[in-house]
Design a protein around this ligand. Structure first.
Ligand code: OMP
Length: 214
């Protein structure tokens, strides 16, 4: 695990974005941990979050021409990422987000920001079944642009419909990479290093054995 990833886990725990306990997921599974980016609630949190996304992207091979945030949760994430890329990595990319509601008056259209063109990076929080990502891919293709990949904060490394993870399914179906700041394996590695977190480590390991990908 890299230093920025360990620091990101500590930061997420401090902000209660990453919590341990009992949580029901969209999929119906009961998980011993949950990751809620909506709890990064201050300007400084957003700046740090954007920098972690930017670090994950620049350490990967993923190449893109612009950044796209799917409404609603992806909007601040894509905004913070585009800002961090420009401020810390000299990568000044166009960025955009979609409206959920159609707007007939004023400037109209359902995209706000730069037009969808070239290789478009989708920035989101967590992929579970990949529903939101599929919608974004369709939107990008309908505009005549190309999906470049997906950047998420957490890879839960869970099985999707079959044996592969939802992320592996998206990668195979659309032939695009999915890059994450942290994954379940790193959360587990972190928990195992701390004696007072050993109960959580056991719960998370049991969950991974049941729902995790090989
Ligand atoms: P999909 O759109 O089906 O991929 O589900 C992703 C969503 O699951 C996220 O946008 C959240 O609403 C939710 N989620 C989390 O935010 N964090 C988690 O740790 C787990 C989930 C989840 O319900 O699976």
């Amino acid at each position: 695990m890299e230093t920025y990833q360990r620091e990101f886990i500590e930061f997420a725990i401090a902000r209660k974005v990453l919590r341990f306990g009992e949580f029901e997921l969209k999929s119906g599974r009961t998980s011993p941990y949950f990751f809620n980016t909506g709890l990064f609630q201050r300007g400084s949190d957003l700046a740090r979050l954007g920098q972690a996304y930017a670090q994950a992207l620049t350490r990967s091979d993923l190449e893109c021409d612009m950044v796209f945030g799917p409404a609603y949760k992806g909007i601040p994430l894509a905004t913070a990422t585009a800002s961090a890329l420009a401020t810390h990595h000299r990568l000044d990319l166009p960025w955009a987000f979609n409206r959920k509601e159609d707007k007939a008056h004023g400037e109209g259209g359902d995209i706000v920001g730069a037009p969808l063109e070239g290789r478009v990076l989708i920035v989101d929080d967590v992929i579970t079944a990949g529903t939101a990502v599929r919608e974004s891919i369709e939107r990008i293709q309908a505009a005549g642009a190309t999906p470049a990949g997906v950047l998420v904060a957490l890879d839960r490394q869970e099985k999707g419909q079959a044996e592969r993870s939802a992320i592996q399914e998206v990668e195979a179906e659309f032939d695009i990479p999915v890059v994450s700041i942290i994954s379940l394996d790193q959360i587990l590695e972190y928990l195992r290093e701390l004696p007072d977190m050993s109960d959580y480590a056991e719960e998370v390991a049991r969950y991974r054995d049941t729902y995790g990908v090989a």
